[in-house]
Design a protein. Structure first.
Length: 367
């Protein structure tokens, strides 16, 4: 192995998710490193680039991987921002590991591949159990969200009973009330894109956090199976979010409060209209062509056809949809030359809108 000049003589360890994922047989993502016994000045002399805000984090001069000085944390206020950090050269690796959230994330690996595991994280990986490192877990309410997200990503893991009980105590103490909208959405969106999203909602519900941070989703116990099917089908985030909150009469309020991206809010707004429009088109005695065109108009399918088909894929999680037939209908309607019709109505512009609609209906009925 080629010696890394930048880290030669330093005590460096890979920590966190990369070590956990390797033990699970998964391909690790980016490596996060912790450096023991060094100072910011030591790192700067070796060419590391400082990027940390609250505590010293550096980018490797060649690989650009993150190297953080070992640190301890002390609670200094409410919520997840109320911390003071100590990064002296006397902080040990074990002290750094003890500040972490879960034992499976508190395993270190030396450059030669050997593990440093003072908290039994490897055993919990093998047992597929999420267990908090210590009582310091309760100092950061974001850890409730992270724990819930991890259960969605790692569907074969359970949560240790004492860890779930600690989450309940945190919620009862009001810690979850300090979570800001952006952080809640960040964790929710990542959980929705995991393999088993409903598990995230289950943990939040069992801990009491769901009622505090997303009370609009109390019906998510019903929609949980829908978002799991959406995950299995590879549906994108906007569709999964729309399915999650489709039964909530407060979906718009939820979107505003969590500052949900506009595309996700659009899908959440349009999904109920899609379902109602499809029902209307299939109702006995209905003018199917008129109902089909009305749905395309409400969903803006002519200007945004790909979004319309994405919404159909979202509906398909709930009920059968003939996507090919709908694509033929959209193509037929978009084939109407609205400009030519407008020119034919010269002198009587009030006729244009209805004339275009009549032509589109004629196309649909001919198909």
């Amino acid at each position: 192995m080629t010696q890394d000049v930048a880290t030669q003589g330093l005590q460096v360890f890979i920590v966190g998710g990369a070590v956990r994922d390797a033990l699970l047989g998964l391909t690790p993502g980016d490596h996060d490193w912790v450096v023991v016994g060094a100072t910011p000045e030591d790192m700067a002399r070796r060419g590391f680039i400082p990027v940390g805000g609250d505590f010293p984090v550096f980018l490797h001069p060649v690989t650009k991987e993150e190297y953080a000085l070992a640190r301890t944390e002390r609670k200094s206020g409410r919520g997840y921002k109320g911390f003071t950090f100590y990064t002296g050269a006397d902080v040990t690796l074990e002290e750094d590991l003890r500040r972490r959230d879960l034992t499976v994330n508190a395993i270190a690996q030396r450059p030669d591949g050997t593990l440093v595991d003072p908290l039994g994280g490897a055993a919990d990986v093998q047992a597929r159990v999420f267990r908090h490192v210590g009582e310091a877990f309760e100092e950061d309410p974001v850890r409730i969200l992270r724990l819930a997200r991890f259960t969605a990503r790692f569907a074969d893991f359970s949560v240790a009973p004492e860890t779930l009980e600690l989450c309940r105590r945190m919620v009862q103490a009001g810690e979850a009330d300090a979570l800001v909208a952006e952080r809640v959405w960040k964790e929710l969106s990542r959980g929705l894109m995991a393999a088993a999203p409903s598990r995230m909602l289950d943990i939040l519900r069992q801990s009491g956090a769901l009622a505090r941070v997303m009370p609009e989703l109390q019906d998510s116990e019903i929609t949980g199976a829908d978002i799991d099917r959406a995950a299995s089908s590879g549906l994108a985030l906007p569709g999964r979010y729309a399915l999650l909150c489709r039964l909530s009469p407060e979906r718009e309020a939820l979107g505003r409060r969590l500052r949900v991206p506009a595309e996700c809010n659009d899908y959440a707004r349009l999904l109920p209209e899609m379902l109602a429009g499809l029902d209307a088109a299939q109702a006995a005695g209905a003018d199917a062509a008129d109902a089909q065109l009305a749905l395309m108009e409400r969903a803006d399918a002519l200007r945004k056809p790909e979004r319309f088909f994405d919404l159909l894929d979202t509906v398909a999680v709930l009920q059968p949809v003939d996507r090919d037939a709908w694509r033929a209908r959209v193509d037929a309607v978009r084939g109407v030359d609205a400009g030519a019709i407008a020119r034919g109505c010269a002198g009587d512009p009030a006729r244009i809108k209805q004339s275009v609609r009549d032509a589109r209906l004629q196309r649909l009925r001919a198909g």
